[in-house]
Design a protein around this ligand. Structure first.
Ligand SMILES: [Zn+2]
Length: 325
């Protein structure tokens, strides 16, 4: 909430009611820039060792948010050594800027058993002792073993109501694990809110009237009324038109239309995943299994142009912050 910089902030990926509840709160955390601190360790393994010491049970507020999103029995998930190896790999895969900011600003990394929750990951912010923001990232434990293809297919299914038309929507992201994407996405929220990128610099003003409101033509087209935009699920028969619209747009995903902050998180995450050679294909098939629409967002010149802008904006914000006394 603007004007209340001490207010704690919760941002629950995929939980649309939580995103609505969050409206206007992101700015508070973004108003305080991180102070200069020593550089991150030079390799991902060093960052993983630093962050392993910050693994802790989720904050009570976080558990409450998951319970409100449908997981009444949500509880802390103790990480096994095998699961830590998966997390370590995802941390190692982060870009240097993300690792640097997490080392300086991540207070707690938590995992939660809440498979019936509508949301997957949550980033909570609070004011640190130096006046800058600190963050907790909490990730649902059942995604630790999930493939990114399955995760995205399951997540996007929430946009549709089964109308008996036989249409289906499937994502393919090679062999990438969901965790790599999730940590990239959540870590970008931490970078964004540490430097105030999407709330203050507003790098994509042509697409966003403000933090939450899409500009024309996207606000009124099929992409403007999905569940991610606080709309109701649409009949599966309308899925071809929806993904045709996505393919013709500069958005890397439909989830990127949820807010300017989600747009930036999706751009930064997929820009890096594409550098890691992770592919992304969305296929809509009809009742007979014939492909009706294929979208490859990472190959779109409009999306690639925005990858470059997002990466440059984050790098500039980081450089500007490091010059601040
Ligand atoms: Zn997000």
């Amino acid at each position: 909430m603007p004007g209340q910089p001490r207010m704690k902030t919760l941002l629950l990926t995929s939980i649309v009611p939580a995103l609505v509840f969050m409206a206007g709160c992101d700015r508070a955390a973004a108003q305080t820039q991180a102070t200069s601190t020593p550089r991150a360790t030079d390799d991902g393994g060093g960052t993983a060792a630093v962050l392993r010491a910050r693994i802790a049970p989720p904050h009570d507020e976080t558990v409450a948010a998951y319970r409100q999103s449908g997981a009444v029995n949500a509880s802390a998930h103790p990480l096994t050594d095998r699961e830590w190896a998966l997390v370590e790999r995802a941390i190692t895969d982060l870009p240097p800027l993300h690792r640097d900011v997490l080392e300086r600003r991540l207070a707690r990394l938590s995992f939660i058993d809440a498979p019936s929750s509508a949301g997957t990951a949550l980033t909570r912010s609070s004011e640190g002792p130096d006046g800058g923001p600190l963050f907790d990232i909490t990730i649902r434990a059942d995604v630790l073993d999930k493939s990114l293809s399955q995760f995205l297919t399951d997540k996007e299914s929430m946009l549709f109501a089964d109308d008996g038309s036989g249409y289906s929507v499937r994502f393919s992201a090679g062999r990438a694990p969901a965790l790599t994407y999730l940590l990239l996405h959540e870590a970008t929220h931490v970078v964004d809110r540490t430097f105030g990128v999407s709330a203050e610099m507003r790098p994509f003003k042509a697409l966003w009237l403000d933090y939450r409101d899409l500009a024309a033509p996207y606000a009124t087209g099929p992409m403007g009324v999905t569940t991610y935009r606080r709309g109701q699920p649409i009949p599966l028969a309308e899925s071809p038109e929806l993904y045709k619209a996505l393919g013709a747009s500069p958005f890397v995903s439909l989830y990127a239309t949820a807010s300017a902050g989600e747009d930036l998180a999706e751009l930064a995450a997929w820009s890096h995943l594409s550098r890691l050679s992770v592919p992304l294909t969305v296929e809509v098939r009809d009742a007979k299994g014939r492909v009706a629409v294929t979208v490859e967002p990472l190959r779109s010149p409009a999306v690639q142009a925005r990858f470059a802008v997002a990466d440059a904006v984050l790098a500039r914000a980081s450089a500007k912050s490091s010059q601040t006394p």
